[in-house]
Design a protein around this ligand. Structure first.
Ligand code: UT7
Length: 330
């Protein structure tokens, strides 16, 4: 029997219109464009204004995908949404996206793995295709980080932004598609990066709100050290496991958390800058959105057969790498 792999056959993306620049942040917190640029590589990020949730961006990303790819909504069997900022505690944001996109025959659910969410969702979705049971699965990665950011905290508000991307997975038998993935987590890392209140352990009270416990809490330096080591390690591991040398790799698609983390990972993989997708300067860290937004922006440059490594590190801690042989020319 022919081996079935899960191939990405279409990509979509969406970022909100509002651009929050470093210059505007200079008027909000005690920071400078120079500090943000040299420490993170970020110049601006997008912010979703108004009473819209992550689903709003996920729907737009899927609609963008469908505008480029002939897809009957009734044929979609599953939609998985990776997000850390769901519209509501329940139901799943994926349910809302699937309903709005007319996926009447699909089941849908969310995956929560912070910045590695897209890799977790992609790997999970791939199993449904590889089993031979499903033919059309959509994976959305998106976050409205501005909904959990304290715009008085200069250590976090400079990093994060809002955005979402989406990919369609279909079966492939020509050797393209997802080749391998390594996913890791270490729950001991939760203390360094989390949202203190709003969950079952510490539900919302007047006190939690006035203590600002519904925002991202991050010990930046500690997270940075874990991210640099683990993202580079996991990329090296997936290269060795699949007998890939740097020359074999067409693109690194790294999580966009900090330009210094991206550079360290690329250096370890011995990849030149022109093989690394970087849009952190425009969008900042959109958490689950970073990887599909890169694929969306670079789609036209990707060629059938390209070896691509996606890699991420984030809250949990969670991290991982996925090796894809690109399936189409656009
Ligand atoms: O995607 C999820 C995973 N998250 C990450 O991967 C993020 C990892 N961490 C980072 O990217 C970096 O740690 C940050 C960008 C968050 C911070 O950069 P850093 O180089 O680690 O700075 P730091 O925390 O060591 O702070 C250095 C100095 C401090 O001042 P003192 O104590 O040396 O006087 C901070 O108070 O910079 C100060 N500082 C700032 N100054 C101007 C912190 N934030 C700012 C700011 N503007 N926005």
């Amino acid at each position: 029997m022919e081996k079935i792999t899960a191939a990405i056959t279409a990509v979509g993306g969406y970022v909100p219109e509002y651009v929050l620049t470093n210059e505007e942040l200079e008027t909000i917190v005690d920071t400078t464009d120079e500090w943000i640029t040299t420490r993170t590589g970020i110049k601006e990020r997008r912010i979703l204004k108004g009473e819209f949730g992550t689903s709003h961006m996920g729907i737009k990303a899927v609609q963008n995908l469908m505008s480029k790819h002939d897809l009957d909504p009734a044929d979609v069997e599953l939609l998985i949404c990776a997000t850390t900022t769901p519209d509501m505690q329940f139901p799943a944001t994926a349910n809302i996206i699937a309903a709005e996109c007319g996926f009447t025959n699909a089941f849908s659910y969310d995956i929560s793995a912070a910045c590695s969410g897209f890799l977790y969702a992609l790997t999970t979705a791939a199993q449904f295709i590889e089993s031979g049971k499903h033919k059309k699965v959509i994976v959305v990665g998106g976050d409205k980080m501005s909904s959990i950011i304290d715009y008085e905290d200069r250590t976090t508000c400079i990093i994060f932004g809002d955005g979402a991307g989406a990919v369609l997975l279909e079966p492939s038998t020509d050797g393209t598609g997802i080749q391998d993935s390594i996913l890791k987590s270490d729950g001991n890392g939760w203390v360094h990066l989390h949202q203190k209140a709003g969950g079952s352990r510490r539900p919302a009270t007047i006190e939690t709100v006035s203590n600002k416990e519904h925002y991202v809490y991050q010990e930046g330096q500690t997270v940075f050290k874990f991210a640099v080591t683990n993202m580079a390690d996991v990329c090296e591991k997936i290269m060795v496991k699949n007998n890939l040398r740097s020359n074999d790799i067409a693109w690194l698609v790294p999580h966009q958390a900090n330009l210094r983390i991206i550079s360290a990972t690329a250096d370890r993989m011995q990849l030149p800058p022109e093989k690394v997708m970087i849009n952190i300067q425009k969008f900042g860290n959109t958490t689950s959105g970073t990887l599909p937004l890169c694929l969306w922006e670079w789609e036209k440059q990707l060629k059938k057969g390209d070896n691509i490594i996606l890699a991420a590190f984030g809250g949990g801690f969670t991290w991982g790498a996925v090796y894809i042989k690109w399936a189409y020319n656009s």
